[in-house]
Structures are given as C-alpha cells and as structure tokens.
Design a protein. Structure first.
Length: 325
C-alpha cells in the first residue's frame, strides 16, 4: 500500500457565509448571488474533554443541547444556519448589528444551561460582516475566511470580530467593543484590525493583546495514520481513503468503496467523513465501536478505522490513528 499526497481537487470543507437583506436569506438554493451578510461561527469549548469525561452518548447530548440553543438565537435575529459540523455551527445574519446581537445572546443562552456534574458549558464566537457569494444554499468568499479566523482567535465566552465589522455597527453597539490589535492574517496582504465585543462586565474580561496574538498561532495538532506498515502524518491537508488507486490511502478490502471516506482538518480538529456504501467502522481505545453511514465523526485520542465491516472481525483491514497535540 502506498500513501499518496492529497489530490489537488480534494479540499477541506469550507465554512459558510451569508446575506444582508432578509429577502436574500430566502433566495432559492440554485441562485448565485453576491450580497453582504454577517458570517458567524460558534463552537462548543472543550468538546474533546466532554467526550473523554462523559463518554460519547452523554457528551453528544450536552453538545447538541448547546447547538439547539444557538440555532434558536440565529432564527430569532433573522438569520439562517448554513451547516453544523461536529461541535460547531456556521450561520449568516442580515446585518452587522444582527450578528453582534446574536453573538451576545448566544453566550447568555449557553450560560443559562444547567451544569452537568458541575461542568458548565461555553462557546467561542467569531464573526465578520462583508460581501459573500451565495450558491446552492451555501456561502463562499473572503468574508467566510475572515469570520473563521476570528472564531479561531476567540477563547471560551468571548466574541471576536474585525475592525471593519465594528465600523458597520450602530453607534450604541460600537460602544460595547474594544480594539485588540492589528494582526497579520494568512492570505491577507495588510494587517487586519481585530476587536472584542464586550458582553460581560469589564472586571470579567480576560483577553489581552498578547493572549490574542498567541491564540492566532495554530495549535500543533497532528493526526498520525498507520496502515500496512507505513505511517502518514497529517497536519493541514485532507486525504481520501478507499479502493481507488488514486486515493491517498489505498484499501484493498472488497467491502470498501472506491472513495470510501475522507479525513479533513478543520482548525484544531480532524473529522472522519463517511461517503461509502457499507459504512465506516471506528473503534476508539477502550470504547464501543461506532458505525458511520453518510455521517462524520471527530477523531480523538487513538483507535482503528475499518471499511465496510467491523474492526473486530477476523482479517479486517484497518487503519490505526492517533491524534497528537
């Protein structure tokens, strides 16, 4: 078996973007429209720890409860959810003000959720207002990328946005923001002004210019795959696993589909996405086997992946994985 470099036409799934007028939010799925929207990303903090401490079933219930609360806020402010990936929600809202108000309300809603075994949940939020391209009920463009960068800078219980977005806010909402720094963002020629939305009392603020600069440095997370005596270290790339000889990891098992599954890195997490006929079987160390059927799963710790049949069956061909960092 040979590990191949990722194919040029396979990219990590791109986050989504949105629209500016509420009428645009209801445009048909086939329409390709250029509009202005607030693109917002919010994800549950510490989801890996939740899975480690509570197990898959309970952790998923805790995360789903958070995501349901976030969806309700999006609808309340006239927006729409583009997609949900693991512990993260991607949405668009019709204005910079709506994006700011929704972000603030999201934190308040999560704070009101009851603790589970004394564990309080929180989210981190980033958003940016600007021009997006809408197509097939999805959104694309530089605004999406900047919003994702802002979410990557945020810590738990924080809202991070751009200086350009703050300039679009109404005067009263501008008063609830503060400038953090101008940072070099990958893919941007000029530094990008970064601001925080102050939704708590000033005595509760914890972010400083130094901490956000450090937060911008990507976490050194690597996924190691072992198969047929060979090892592949995956950092930022996406790969495809399957029977097709053009796959990055070629599986000989006849139960596997030609392009059975793919693994994507999304910020500091790796996701296994099943796209097969017979399903993908995942076994984490010391846990019950999980079966994916046109679903996806965040990889954590270590374990084994099988293609179209159980990991535990005799002579099953597997790929071992280990997430480091």
């Amino acid at each position: 078996m040979e590990f191949k470099r990722p194919m040029a036409h396979i990219d990590s799934q791109q986050p989504a973007s949105g629209e500016t007028a509420y009428a645009s939010l209801t445009s048909t799925a086939s329409t390709r429209v250029t509009s202005q929207l607030a693109v917002l990303f919010a994800d549950v903090v510490g989801s890996t720890s939740l899975y480690d401490n509570f197990g898959d079933e309970q952790a998923k219930l805790m995360i789903d409860e958070c995501l349901d609360a976030l969806r309700g806020v999006v609808l309340h402010y006239g927006g729409r959810v583009i997609k949900t990936i693991g512990d993260e929600i991607m949405c668009v809202l019709p204005s910079a003000d709506n994006g700011c108000l929704a972000a603030t309300d999201m934190h308040h809603k999560i704070m009101t959720l009851p603790p589970v075994s004394n564990v309080k949940r929180s989210v981190r939020i980033g958003f940016h207002f600007g021009v997006v391209i809408e197509e097939n009920n999805d959104v694309f463009g530089d605004t999406v990328n900047l919003a994702a960068r802002m979410a990557g800078l945020a810590k738990g219980m924080q809202i991070i946005t751009t200086g350009a977005t703050v300039a679009c806010l109404s005067p009263m909402l501008k008063l609830s923001t503060r400038n953090i720094a101008a940072l070099a963002i990958k893919g941007k020629g000029d530094d990008v002004a970064v601001s925080e939305v102050l939704w708590q009392g000033l005595d509760e603020l914890t972010m400083s210019t130094a901490s956000i600069s450090l937060a911008f440095i990507p976490k050194p997370v690597t996924l190691s795959l072992q198969h047929a005596g060979q090892t592949l270290e995956l950092d930022y790339e996406s790969i495809v696993l399957g029977r097709d000889s053009q796959c990055n990891v070629v599986i000989s098992d006849r139960n596997a589909s030609r392009q059975h599954a793919r693994i994507e890195r999304r910020r500091d997490k790796f996701f296994l996405v099943d796209q097969s006929t017979n399903g993908t079987f995942v076994s984490f160390v010391n846990e019950h086997e999980v079966v994916l059927r046109r679903e996806e799963l965040m990889l954590r710790g270590s374990g084994r992946i099988a293609f179209g049949r159980s990991v535990d069956l005799p002579d099953t061909e597997t790929v071992s994985f280990s997430v480091k960092g």
